[in-house]
Ligand binder design. Structure first.
Ligand code: PLP
Length: 387
């Protein structure tokens, strides 16, 4: 069933996260509670790792994967606590900027390489800064910048920053994990973090990460208990969380990861015949569906005279698109669309009054996207641009 077809009269959630959660997943969160030091809980935690490795594009030789009962922002801090003081921060929007601000809050010596809002991270300039002068301990980068919809591909990050003289690459994949392919082991990414409430289509509250064995082995003292990379990674591997985890979410995550890997729903959502795509795994189909929805939004925008903000061709996130609505009143447009059953986002920060954002991610289907675009198309047709 589509995530949104049974929604009790509440508008479907198409903001760039949190996003719509399927009723079956919500139901799994309501199962009777169990203790976190039980064999059942250990089994749930152990079952996650093979799927998480698939999602991050890692394996248990190259990286450890883990979950922690916290938001993605906390994991940015966790990664930064595990590296030395000199940080190169690539900024191109609100979330990459947040990474830099957390580094500053931790007292790091931060150098920014900033790109214009809407562009991808400036990898060429970062490569130059990394190769000249004093070496850095870490580079922070946001692959899918949710505030604009610009994508800086992990492949390009790995390739262009290959010569980084020991700096660890810490990557935010919050709106990329589960939406697009990641091959972090191949691209030499040391640490990548995400949350559950975006393309994995789960309620918020769990952070997910992959960390290279090398970074883990040489992690700096964290000066934190809750955000200690070594402690959380070790106790995850032992299936013994040191504090009470968000048990309902761990169960929901397991269910969702197994469903994605199985691929049956993906085939249904893509409208594929039974045997079509048989050789393609569930994750590949999920990425295909996300790219298809992103491309559809771009095509719709062209047809309706809207411009995609910033992101150039080939540099767009598979999960979120920002559209300039050409002088129309954004608040009115969003409210009218909610009235027609679909909640989308306004632009972020400085773009709040000029743009909308559509979060075409998670378990949203191409069929429901058509319904949303039809409703939006009606409104655009009738809407009078603001003076
Ligand atoms: C790219 C990106 N990074 C970080 C975050 C912060 O995640 P959380 O709210 O789970 O801490 C978000 C949330 O929207 C995001 O989109």
């Amino acid at each position: 069933m589509s995530a949104a077809s049974a929604n009790d009269g509440i508008a479907e959630l198409w903001i760039p996260g949190p996003t719509q959660v399927r009723p079956e997943i919500l139901a799994s969160c309501a199962e009777p509670m169990i203790g976190h030091r039980t064999p059942e809980m250990r089994e749930v935690i152990a079952a996650l790792d093979p799927h998480l490795h698939r999602a991050f594009g890692t394996d248990d030789v190259s990286h450890s994967v883990a979950v922690h009962s916290c938001t993605a922002t906390a994991l940015m801090e966790m990664g930064l606590r595990a590296v030395g003081p000199r940080v190169l921060a690539l900024t191109q929007g609100a979330f990459s900027e947040r990474f830099a601000e957390i580094a500053e809050a931790l007292g790091k010596d931060v150098t920014r390489v900033a790109s214009p809002l809407g562009a991808r991270a400036d990898l060429a300039r970062a490569a130059k800064v990394l190769s000249d002068g004093e070496p850095f301990d870490a580079v922070t980068v946001c692959a899918s910048e949710t505030s604009t919809g610009a994508l800086t591909s992990p492949e390009a990050i790995g390739a262009i920053l290959a010569n980084r003289r020991g700096a660890r690459i810490l990557m935010d994949v919050v709106t990329l994990l589960g939406a697009g392919p990641l091959e972090l082991a191949r691209h030499g990414i040391d640490f990548a973090l995400a949350g559950t409430q975006k393309a994995l289509a789960l309620p918020p509250g769990l952070g997910l990460y992959a960390v290279s064995k090398d970074m883990l082995a040489s992690a700096a003292p964290s000066l934190s208990y809750f955000l200690d990379l070594r402690l959380i990674s070790r106790t995850h591997a032992e299936q013994k969380p040191p504090m009470t985890p968000t048990i309902p979410l761990l169960r929901a995550l397991r269910k969702q990861l197994e469903t994605i890997t199985g691929g049956t729903l993906e085939r249904e959502w893509l409208g594929m015949e039974r045997r079509e795509g048989a050789g393609e795994g569930g994750w590949a189909l999920r990425f295909r569906r996300h790219r298809q929805m992103a491309d559809r939004v771009t095509a719709f925008a062209k047809d309706h005279g809207l411009t995609r903000f910033g992101a150039a061709e080939g540099e767009t996130s598979p999960s979120v698109t920002t559209l300039d609505v050409g002088g129309r009143d954004v608040k009115d447009l969003v409210a009218a669309l909610t009235g027609r059953g679909f909640t989308i986002g306004t632009g972020y920060g400085a773009l709040a009054t000029s743009c909308i954002r559509i979060g075409h991610m998670g378990d949203h289907t191409p069929a429901r996207l058509e319904a949303l675009l039809e409703a939006l198309g009606h409104l655009l047709g009738g809407a009078v641009p603001a003076q």
